[in-house]
Ligand binder design. Structure first.
Ligand SMILES: *[C@@H]1O[C@H](CO)[C@@H](O)[C@H](O)[C@H]1NC(C)=O
Length: 326
């Protein structure tokens, strides 16, 4: 009965907390991503270039829509694959009462307003979409701040070398109006580092792969999970390879994009959604440490951040966030 009371009490703060903290942060993130993506609120840094620089003289491959990995395809896969995987995994775990999720049902049973299944789905997909927008912001901010040019920059810029007085290739042009090409194309050819498509696809793939590895239980087959994971990762890597092959990005841009996406996904999974496991109470001195994660890594070694969403799951009274689960 006491647990039930605590559950009812804490649930009265859950909804305002969710609305005013999570949704406001989420809306701010989406808005910032929108401003980077569709407006020129943040003007791109104008870098100079060397006359006849070979690294930037590749032919113009056409607009992004004509790419072999067009944005529409990349964005739909990046949205659809993790959503479908997480929905499938949660429904399977819920109805098969998998080992890792059964504990969770007991702990959250006292809360009568939120179904534990729904809560897990909302938490994992919510954190996923938060990370997606964060990755977009990181990539766009990097591109705007560095202003590194794409390999086809000089083909869209079309500098008038006669007017600029370029005699040798070693001459550096800093003039802001050096370009005579289409200003929109020139502006987008200045946004190269890091590659946003590579970052988004690797973020999506790493998040999904970690979900599959940590949550799916496949008894009797050892290769099903690794096959799925490696297929997803190679699809994500392929997006970066296509970007390089079509002269839309340099290798360094793509590698930086991979790193950004993977780092954000690993951080969110290990620290924010707690490896997709049930939330454990924070270890206090004199009490046994929290169990090691599924990966076998000691979790205490990581500087972890607890998501406010997690506060929904324990039978905690509003006053004391460290109430022990009994
Ligand atoms: C380049 O600049 C020179 C000198 O200002 C001018 O005579 C020439 O017509 C320009 N060429 C193009 C293609 O604009």
């Amino acid at each position: 009965m006491a647990g039930e009371k605590a559950g009812v009490k804490s649930s009265s703060t859950i909804v305002p907390c969710f609305l005013f903290v999570e949704l406001v942060i989420m809306a701010g993130t989406v808005l910032l991503a929108y401003y980077f993506e569709y407006t020129d609120t943040f003007p791109v840094h104008v870098q100079g270039f060397f006359c006849y620089d070979r690294a930037f003289s590749k032919p113009y491959p056409g607009p992004d829509e004509r790419s072999k990995a067009p944005p529409v395809l990349v964005y739909s896969l990046v949205t659809a694959i993790p959503t479908i995987t997480i929905l499938t995994g949660e429904l399977m775990a819920f109805f098969m009462k998998a080992e890792g999720t059964q504990e969770k049902t007991i702990v959250t049973a006292d809360c009568c307003y939120f179904n534990p299944l729904l809560r897990r789905i909302v938490r994992f997909l919510g954190v996923y979409s938060f990370g997606l927008f964060t990755t977009t912001i990181f990539a766009n901010a990097g591109q705007v701040v560095t202003g590194n040019q794409t390999p086809h920059f000089l083909s869209t810029c079309r500098p008038n070398y006669t007017a600029l007085g370029c005699q040798t290739a070693m001459q550096y042009v800093t003039e802001r109006r050096a370009c005579t090409g289409n200003p929109l194309l020139v502006a987008s050819a200045r946004k190269s580092f890091p590659s946003k498509d590579a970052a988004l696809s690797v973020y999506s793939a790493v998040y999904t792969v970690m979900y599959v590895t940590l949550v799916f239980r496949t008894k009797g087959t050892r290769l099903a999970k690794p096959t799925l994971c490696l297929a997803l990762l190679s699809l994500a890597v392929l997006v970066g390879v296509v970007r390089v092959a079509e002269y839309r990005n340099h290798w360094s841009d793509v590698l930086a994009g991979y790193f950004t996406g993977a780092a954000i996904a690993i951080f969110l999974v290990t620290c924010v959604v707690n490896n997709f496991q049930r939330v454990l109470p924070v270890a206090l001195p004199g009490r046994p440490q929290r169990p090691e994660s599924v990966l076998g890594m000691p979790m205490v070694a990581l500087p972890c951040v607890e998501s406010p969403l997690e506060k929904l799951s324990g039978p905690q009274t509003p006053g004391s966030p460290f109430t022990e689960i009994t």
